[in-house]
Write a protein of this length. Structure first.
Length: 518
């Protein structure tokens, strides 16, 4: 009997211990009223694969970075602050009989787990139909506060089409978040885009006026408001001054990384092509009815960040498609053509207002391809890199810098026409029609152009190497520059149809010029 009593006692103790353990496991942490939201921000990304010889960037690395932060905090969100479907070398390529026009970027962003985007000014480089296709393919949220669709005779919000349940892009968006202890918060978003290079199918509202109106609408219904913008830093700073209670401004447009604090508002812009990302944390305290934002952290996206396997499958799919396209045009995309040297300046703010080491390299390459030419000309709009190119530089880097390619033609033209062309090019400053030239020198004080240290003679005939596009008369204010102009007295037999000839493609001319210097 004693044994039975002992056994019963042990059993009771075990049951009590088991029940006690279960109660401890199911007990939840008390809501502390505090919650943190993390934003991983990139902007101005035109390349899905790594740049700088594979050392920097890549959407597969961006995917990994987001996952790392999300593992630590489920309330982590990936943000693209505009400019991603264009400009891109892929936009001149075809896949399955259709122009790619940013499809590679949308699929890669989907795979990377993109959460929020705003339009950049370059999203409107592609046609209305093409942009609609990209929108339909996206799985992330677009916030469009001041940018609207001119559709037929109406101005409406952009929206996905042909997709059940699709809703118009919101002017503002409210996100509900919750953490492990049950704290909840509402974060409001405003998305702004500058009205640069607008398309006919786009309507804009003033960004600042719009932001102030929408902030007033949001502020009492959310715990914090974040602005995702694609505009110049001066405009972002003005926005911060006018709306000093914004939680943060996640910006784009500049490419070389911008960090600013105006009042209490941080403004962040990472390096272009996902060479870095900003990590911004918004900490909401529901008990105090406020939020704080610690100093954002710039994270380099380099070889220390592994490729996410899922996203990398998508990236490699499109890289293969692109390489097949290039090979058919006679390029070896991965071959290095410039191993060392100073970075090449290709930002539009510079190349569309002055000459840079990159534009001079291009004019030298044209002269190399056309040794009998007295002068060479090309329009700055041909160069669409809008970035700084750092060695080692591959053939692909040259291809993506001038995505439209095009042949080089030589013509004889009267000096009077050459002067008119050059003067118009100067008037086209800060646009794609700004001309780059060699060995012509502009004497600003005298407003004259010198060739071989002598003023260009209006009555003399000069042999000029010029890009095919520029000779088409389609550049801004240069419609008179075409083969029908009577002051063009001869068009030389072109080699643009001959595969491998440097005149057949301006990019090939640059590559062969660089190879000749090795």
């Amino acid at each position: 009997m004693k044994k039975y009593i002992q056994l019963f006692t042990v059993t009771i103790l075990l049951v009590n211990a088991s029940c006690k353990t279960t109660r401890n496991i199911t007990t939840t942490t008390k809501d502390d009223g505090k919650i943190e939201i993390v934003f991983v921000q990139v902007n101005d990304v035109y390349e899905i694969a790594p740049v700088a010889g594979g050392k920097e960037g890549g959407m597969a690395r961006v995917a990994t970075l987001k996952k790392q932060y999300k593992q630590a905090n489920p309330n982590t969100f990936l943000v693209m602050s505009g400019d991603f479907v264009s400009p891109s070398v892929y936009n001149s390529l075809k896949y399955q009989g259709k122009s790619i026009r940013g499809a590679q970027m949308i699929e890669s962003m989907n795979a990377a787990g993109m959460d929020f985007v705003v339009f950049g000014n370059h999203e409107f480089d592609i046609s209305e139909k093409e942009l609609q296709e990209r929108i339909n393919e996206s799985t992330f949220t677009w916030v469009s506060s001041n940018t609207f669709h001119k559709f037929k005779d109406s101005i409406v919000a952009f929206t996905k089409t042909g997709i059940p349940g699709a809703v118009p892009f919101p002017e503002t968006f409210i996100m509900n978040v919750r953490d492990n202890d049950g704290t909840t918060a509402k974060i409001g978003f405003i998305g702004l885009t500058l009205s640069s290079n607008p398309a006919e199918y786009v309507s804009y509202k003033d960004p600042l006026v719009t932001a102030k109106t929408l902030y007033d609408r949001l502020k009492d219904s959310v715990d914090a408001v974040v602005a995702i913008t694609h505009q110049a830093i001066d405009d972002d700073m003005t926005l911060a001054k006018e709306l000093p209670k914004l939680a943060a401004i996640l910006g784009g447009h500049e490419h070389s990384m911008v960090f600013n604090k105006t009042g209490n508002v941080y403004i962040t812009k990472a390096h272009s092509n996902a060479r870095s990302a900003y990590v911004i944390k918004v900490r909401v305290d529901k008990n105090k009815h406020n939020f704080t934002v610690p100093r954002p952290e710039l994270k380099s996206i380099d070889t220390t960040v592994a490729f996410d396997s899922t996203a990398n499958v998508v990236v490699q799919k499109w890289v293969k498609i692109a390489q097949d396209n290039y090979a058919s045009l006679g390029f070896d995309a991965q071959k290095i053509v410039l191993q060392t040297g100073e970075p090449l300046e290709g930002r539009e703010t510079e190349t569309r207002a002055t000459s840079t080491n990159f534009t001079r390299l291009i004019t030298q390459a044209i002269a190399f391809a056309c040794p009998q030419a007295d002068a060479v000309l090309f329009n700055s709009g041909s160069l669409r890199l809008d970035d700084i190119l750092t060695p080692p530089i591959s053939q692909y880097d040259i291809i993506r810098s001038l995505p439209f390619g095009g042949g080089i033609t030589e013509v004889d033209m009267k000096g009077s026409l050459l002067i008119q062309v050059l003067q118009t090019g100067m008037k086209n400053s800060n646009s794609g029609g700004f001309l780059q030239f060699q060995p012509v020198v502009y004497n600003k004080s005298a407003n004259t152009f010198l060739l071989n240290n002598a003023p260009i003679d209006p009555a003399k005939t000069y042999r000029v190497a010029i890009t095919e596009f520029l000779l088409s008369g389609k550049e801004a204010n240069l419609s008179f520059l075409n083969t029908k102009n009577p002051e063009i007295t001869k068009v030389y037999s072109s080699q643009t149809a001959v595969a491998g000839d440097p005149k057949s493609d301006i990019r090939l001319a640059i590559i062969k010029y660089l190879e000749s210097k090795q």
